[in-house]
Design a protein around this ligand. Structure first.
Ligand code: XIL
Length: 986
């Protein structure tokens, strides 16, 4: 809130005071050549130098084109034509000009000279180039020019040793040699000036000897009007887009400022920020967030920054977190950080896969090393934002294609296949599109938009994501309730495809969506595509976004999806692949553990194994960004460090790259599995004990795959292998190796083991010695799949039962509840005593009922946070998937003692938010919660197992002072379903 307010105030103020920031002395980038050819009929800034001189554009002579500048009326050597030169301090220029004398003039020496006045010094005259010139030919004069002291009145002029000679001047070129974006910027205030620093608002800046970090002086900043008011340096032109810079500055509190430990908590905190404006709209970014500056100490604020946008204003400044206290600033430095070169000794990804290897990109990615990486490894691109509606038609009929054109041209330059993303979506679509729109209007707007885009890129964009994310498997008809749908039903889809097809009949038209690897979404999309195809809608392909994470879902479910759609006869593409290192939307690593990065490599390998196997159905696989530093997951769903792609932040190959390009180079994989206490009968049957948890998947190689589990018992460790292998052979076998000791069980059996055939293969149960280092290898002739990792003992997974009856939902404990067994919360996740509950469950139809009788004599809802109020939480996973992170029908259902309901789930909890109903009543010494949880995604039937847990939060005043669960001891039930207990339906 404060940041927003501050930004608004700063924006308002800096609009009032533009001069303060814009007039500061650092120059605009001078990367482009300055050319004066006089072809437009004007003198292009050249003016007479000397009394009586005149300059005029003439066609009497021309070096290039039709016109030149004629200089007449001279009466002194130094008379001539002169230009207020755009030379920038510290930048070297190549200067060249063409000169020829007017007809009839005798030969003379013409010189190009710079006149300038250094700060506090005498005017200087520096010759840049000179030569003998006649009226018979054009002569080229050329030289280099550089000045390094602050100067005013910098003039470039042409003079002649013939005081009255008339001459023509043409094609003057001033070409900057040094690139200002590569030149360091520094300030030390040793010269007693503010060295181009100026206040953001009304602060006073002065070089002072009161304090100095290095040398004798620093910049004193006093009289600040707001926390964001203070010293700023204009760095427009000094930062190249897409380039990285290191910035550093020393700060110290001004005299009389305490560091805020007793008065106000943050008055001594200073940070380094940047303001950039694009088309007048400001954005503020922190390079170094406000940092403690203890009184009397110099503190260095240092960080890196990459400019990603075209800007017309760019300013670095120091601000405080709060307060207007004075401070000192010294030894500022800004320097370009040369990027690590991309690796050129590794295989190009596109040469290693049997389909188009694509990457999403945005405009800054086409520059520098990012552009090189894209060109080297990828044969396809998808503009990440530049073709979306907000970018291409921000106002009705006003199209903007600048960035999109650039990206399409980039793709064409590199012979890449271009995916157009996307024509109709509910997101990144300007409000005007839906404003006041009835069905006809909206479809007309859509038709115009689609026709304009597809026509513009006809023959150049090969594939279009015509509609994006239109499926919602939680709706009865499987269609997302977007404004598109609300206003037009399915007609927006029909219209978009029809018009796109008319505009470019050769383009492949796709429907694109996420989570298509999850069965319910897969089926909803399948039904829609089937229906549209049956209607004759020109839909050619299905795009699977595949935004995955390090745990979920397994590669096998991706394969199931591709196989399912193969049956529809549509082309398929993977359109937005990335693998987040996070399984929830709140966690954040300061640095991502190496073990996860290695695991991710194996995950990419398994995925690409699937893609290669399914290559007949798959024409392209696109990753959503070429390197971790540009991934959208660094800011979605929250700002955090993520590393979901194939190349790291320095554009070097990660294990993920090797997982795609050459899995033999992957680091070893170390998997982890818990072996809860548990008893099983060694008979080859799948005991209920095994069903309490899912099997850890061992991914498919050839036609073999397997699942694995373990249980700890006094006598050793029970292990289970569920093998999918349809072809029976004497060589089929499973080897369990524990702490180096191997036990092999063939398909026919083995010692202390039981084997049984299953519909898809066979099941092995065995009792092996306890141990933590475990390898399970399943062999089928020459093919082997294995699981290698650490197995750790864990407490038994609790199991309870829901009786098959329905209660009356009124907070009264009616007799129906007696049919259900009672469980108690006793696993403390905060504190060791406090409110607890006895809990019973019933089920009927597709509803689960839970009764919690809570012992809690003092009740409070004082905290604004629901989890810090006296409340009961019920955790339900209809599929008992035991996933780290919630999948979309996993729910956290919270009921406060007074009956307030809150529901948690995946990021938007869309699949579960309407599932909960509850009635509460206070009772002597506590309260009663009677809840009904609808489970529309599951078909409940006797014997089904649900992931299930209960938690009681105990509040004292506005704080939670204790919390206890039934099964999950991790305290992470709200993020992670893998440690919930199990509920069996009777
Ligand atoms: C993302 C872009 O990468 C971000 O830069 C932007 O801020 C939000 O959109 N599914 C899609 C993509 O279809 O368009 C989204 O791209 C990522 C999710």
């Amino acid at each position: 809130m404060r940041t927003l307010l501050r930004a608004l105030v700063a924006a308002a103020l800096s609009c009032l005071l533009p001069v303060l920031s814009l007039s500061t002395a650092l120059p605009a980038r001078a990367a482009a050549d300055h050319v004066y050819d006089f072809e437009d009929g004007t003198t292009q800034g050249w003016s007479p130098r000397g009394d009586g001189v005149s300059v005029a554009v003439t066609t009497e002579a021309a070096h290039g084109g039709a016109a030149s500048l004629l200089v007449t009326g001279r009466t002194a050597n130094w008379h001539g034509a002169s230009l207020a030169a755009p030379f920038v301090k510290g930048v070297t220029y190549r200067v060249s000009a063409h000169v020829r004398l007017a007809a009839g003039q005798p030969a003379a020496t013409i010189a190009l000279t710079v006149q300038r006045t250094p700060a506090g010094g005498e005017t200087t005259y520096e010759r840049v180039a000179a030569g003998t010139v006649t009226d018979g030919a054009w002569v080229r004069l050329a030289g280099t020019y550089l000045f390094t002291a602050d100067s005013t009145d910098v003039q470039l002029y042409a003079e002649s040793d013939d005081p009255t000679g008339r001459y023509h001047l043409d094609d003057v070129v001033l070409a900057p040699q040094g690139d200002p974006t590569r030149e360091p910027v520094a300030a030390d205030f040793e010269d007693g000036t503010t060295q181009d620093w100026s206040p953001r608002a009304s602060a006073t800046l002065a070089a002072t000897t009161e304090a100095a970090h290095g040398g004798a002086r620093s910049l004193a900043v006093t009289g600040r009007s707001a926390s964001w008011d203070g010293p700023a340096l204009n760095v427009l032109g000094r930062l190249g887009k897409g380039d990285q810079y290191q910035l550093s500055v020393w700060v110290r509190l001004g005299a009389g400022t305490d560091s805020g430990t007793d008065s106000g908590t943050d008055s001594g905190r200073l940070g380094l920020s940047i303001e950039r404006r694009t088309a007048g709209t400001p954005s503020y970014e922190q390079i170094v967030p406000p940092t403690d500056v203890p009184a009397g100490e110099w503190v260095r604020l240092a960080g890196t920054y990459t400019l990603s946008r075209d800007v017309d204003f760019l300013s670095v400044y120091v601000e405080s977190e709060a307060g207007t206290f004075p401070f000192h600033l010294d030894d500022f430095a800004l320097a370009y950080v040369a990027p690590k070169p991309i690796q050129t000794d590794i295989p190009a990804l596109k040469d290693r896969v049997p389909f188009t290897m694509g990457s999403a990109l945005t405009r800054p990615d086409t520059f520098g090393v990012h552009g090189e990486l894209l060109a080297r490894h990828f044969s396809g691109i998808t503009p990440g934002n530049e073709l979306k509606w907000d970018a291409t038609e921000p106002r009705e009929g006003e199209y903007a294609f600048g960035d999109a054109d650039d990206l399409v041209a980039f793709g064409e330059r590199h012979g890449m296949t271009i995916r157009g993303h996307t024509l109709a979506w509910h997101s990144q679509t300007p409000a005007w599109v839906f404003e006041g729109a009835d069905k006809r209007t909206l479809l007309t707007r859509l038709e115009n938009h689609v026709r304009t885009l597809v026509t513009r890129y006809k023959g150049r964009i090969a594939v279009w994501d015509v509609v994006n994310e239109v499926v919602d498997e939680n709706q009865p008809d499987g269609l997302r309730r977007s404004p598109w749908y609300e206003i037009t039903g399915l007609d927006f889809i029909r219209t978009a495809f029809r018009v796109a097809h008319e505009a470019d009949p050769a383009a492949k038209l796709f429907i694109n969506d996420y989570n298509t690897e999850f069965p319910r979404k897969r089926e909803a999309l399948y039904a829609l595509v089937k229906r549209l195809k049956a209607e004759g809608v020109p839909i050619h392909g299905v795009g699977h976004q595949l935004h995955l994470n390090i745990e979920q879902p397994p590669a096998s479910s991706v394969e199931d999806t591709i196989e399912r759609f193969a049956g529809l006869g549509v082309e398929q593409q993977v359109t937005e692949l990335d693998v987040s290192v996070y399984t929830d939307f709140v966690s954040s690593y300061p640095t991502v553990p190496d073990e996860l990065i290695a695991e991710q490599g194996h995950r990419y390998k398994e995925l690409f194994d699937v893609f290669r196997r399914q290559a007949a159905h798959l024409t392209s696989v696109t990753v959503w960004g070429e390197s971790d530093d540009v991934s959208w997951l660094n800011t979605w769903p929250i700002t955090r460090l993520d590393a979901p792609l194939l190349f790291d932040r320095e554009l070097q190959a990660k294990p993920a790259y090797w997982g795609v390009a050459d899995p033999s180079k992957l680091p070893p994989r170390v998997r982890r599995l818990e072996a809860p206490a548990g008893e099983v009968v060694l008979d080859g049957k799948r005991d209920q004990q095994w069903d309490l948890l899912p099997d850890a998947p061992i991914a498919r190689v050839g036609e073999v795959s397997a699942g694995f589990q373990a249980r700890t018992t006094a006598a050793g460790m029970y292990v289970l292998a569920e093998v999918a292998d349809r072809s029976v052979s004497a060589a089929d076998r499973v080897t369990f190796t524990v702490n180096g000791v191997a036990r092999t069980v063939t398909r026919l059996g083995g010692p202390k083991a039981a084997v049984r055939p299953t519909p898809t293969g066979y099941r092995v149960e065995a009792l092996v010695p306890k141990g933590t280092d475990v390898d399970v290898t399943v062999r089928d002739g020459g093919t082997a799949v294995s699981w290698t990792g650490k197995v750790t003992p864990a407490p038994a997974v609790k199991l309870t039962t829901a009786a098959h009856r329905a209660p009356v939902l009124d907070g009264v404990v009616d007799p129906a509840w007696r049919a259900a067994p009672e469980i108690r919360t006793g696993t403390w996740i905060q504190g060791t005593s406090g409110a607890t509950a006895t809990v019973r469950s019933l089920w009927s139809g597709s509803t689960l009922y839970v009764l919690a009788q809570v012992t809690d004599p003092t009740l409070s809802e004082e905290s604004p946070n629901a989890w810090e109020q006296d409340s009961v939480e019920i955790f339900v996973d209809p599929g008992n998937g035991k996933t780290k992170g919630y999948t979309d029908d996993d729910g956290q259902y919270r009921i406060s003692f007074s009956g307030r309901l809150t529901v948690g789930g995946t990021f938007d909890a869309a699949g579960v938010k309407d599932n909960l109903k509850a009635v509460t009543r206070t009772a002597p010494g506590g309260y009663v919660v009677e809840a009904a949880v609808a489970l529309p995604t599951a078909t409940l039937k006797p014997g089904a197992l649900l992931g299930f847990d209960v938690q009681v939060n105990d509040a004292t005043g506005a704080a939670r002072t204790a919390a206890v669960t039934w099964n999950d001891a991790t305290g992470r039930s709200y993020l992670d379903t893998s440690h919930w207990g199990v509920l069996r339906l009777a």
